[in-house]
Design a protein around this ligand. Structure first.
Ligand SMILES: [Zn+2]
Length: 415
């Protein structure tokens, strides 16, 4: 269980902004050097500032809990989205990275024409920073106004920056708030340093604004959460100088494992896309793929089962390798087995799909065998007695072939 606090926001309409000036010019340096730029902050509408002023200095937000739960979209909803401007290139990048959430959340996005009504309205304004309203707060915004802005994208923006910013802003749009304000965060702030850091250029935050955006934590009595996630896409990057114990966080540019698990809990019931895992046999060796077009019907032996098209909680990538020297092919979920390849003729070919490393409902084990002699071959099968069966058959016909040795369970796939 993770953090309901994501929805337990301080005010009815919360506006999260990620101001930045410099990313477009020198991103690669910034990725490695945490600076005090590109900082998200929360801005409240006037009526919410009035509510906010009632929150006492201990940041007790119990009184807001019931109200704040309404920031979550209805589970299974198709959220309508439109672009108010932007080039086809920018729009395509937003769609590409926003979709990362849909791999795990039981929601859909429908992109509509500019003249149609939309729940989320995306604007590109390079003078306005990057921000999004939180979840269903979008319903309270004038229908002609944006609910999300991207403030530093252009035709040269690299994918990792699209990834970092688009996924983060869509996290807000789905109801998530910043990870460092989790009741589980436990960050030991050097408060004086934090006030100085954000009080200076380029943010010039007041003490109150720092309190709101950094120190304020959502109350655990009205939340449901697990441990703090240092890898969350919803976490700012913080230099170690701001903490008392040297803690810091880097630039998170992709969904973390916990982000995926959490959004899947908030919007449960996602039907995950699966693919067949095909087994082929040609030139006395086996070949495994989820892409039927790779070999088609020729040499097809059968379908072992199904694997996931994207990484869902508790699954691991199936890495595929080809051996240039002896023609063997290996599929493994253990990256450390061959890593990028390179040794003994092994070439890394990519990810076939995603499978479990332990038994789960509706899964079957895939057994791994290896024949070293003659033509080396890794055999994957869901029938552990297959090898014995083949050997018996061959023996009956007077054929003695090099034997396969059992190597263990490779992974677990869906039946
Ligand atoms: Zn943010």
């Amino acid at each position: 269980m993770k953090k309901y606090f994501y929805f337990l926001l301080l005010s009815l309409v919360l506006f999260v902004s990620c101001n930045e000036d410099s990313l477009s010019s020198d991103i690669s340096q910034e990725i490695n050097t945490i600076t005090n730029e590109n900082i998200c902050f929360d801005v409240y509408l006037i009526e919410d500032i009035e509510n906010h002023s009632k929150v006492n200095s201990e940041y007790d937000i119990n009184s807001y809990g019931a109200l704040l739960k309404y920031k979550k979209w209805e589970n299974g909803k198709t959220i309508r989205i439109k672009f108010l401007n932007g080039t086809p290139f920018l729009q395509s990048k937003i769609k590409q990275f926003a979709n990362e959430w849909l791999k795990y959340a039981n929601l859909n996005f429908e992109y509509v024409n500019p003249y149609q009504n939309a729940d989320i309205r995306i604007n590109f304004d390079n003078s306005g920073g990057s921000w999004s309203y939180i979840g269903t707060d979008c319903n309270y915004i004038d229908a002609n106004k944006p609910t999300m802005n991207f403030g530093w994208f252009n035709s040269n923006t690299p994918d990792y920056e699209f990834s970092r910013t688009v996924i983060h802003e869509f996290g807000h749009a789905l109801g998530l708030v910043h990870e460092h304000q989790s009741p589980a965060s436990g960050i030991q702030w050097n408060k004086q340093k934090v006030y100085e850091y954000y009080g200076g250029a380029p943010n010039y935050w007041s003490k109150e604004k720092v309190d709101q955006n950094i120190f304020y934590k959502y109350d655990h009595t009205i939340t449901n959460y697990s441990s703090f996630d240092n890898k969350s896409i919803m976490l700012y990057s913080f230099p170690s100088s701001l903490s008392l114990n040297g803690w810091s966080s880097g630039w998170n540019t992709v969904l973390s494992v916990k982000d995926k698990e959490f959004i899947a809990q908030l919007y449960p019931g996602k039907v995950y896309e699966t693919q067949n895992l095909y087994r082929y046999f040609y030139d006395s060796r086996h070949f495994y793929t989820s892409d039927f077009n790779e070999l088609g019907y020729r040499y097809l032996e059968g379908i072992l089962g199904k694997i996931y098209s994207s990484q869902i909680p508790n699954t691991y990538p199936i890495y595929r390798y080809y051996n240039r020297i002896n023609g063997d092919r290996l599929s493994t979920i253990n990256w450390n087995e061959l890593q990028n390849g390179g040794s003994n003729g092994w070439v890394y070919e990519g990810i076939t799909g995603y499978a479990y490393n332990s038994p789960q409902p509706n899964t079957i084990p895939v057994y791994r065998f290896f024949r070293e002699k003659s033509k080396p071959d890794h055999l994957l099968t869901t029938k552990k007695n297959e090898v014995q069966y083949l050997e018996n058959k061959n023996e009956k016909w007077g054929i003695i072939l090099p034997k396969y040795k059992y190597e263990g369970i490779a992974f677990y796939i869906l039946k």
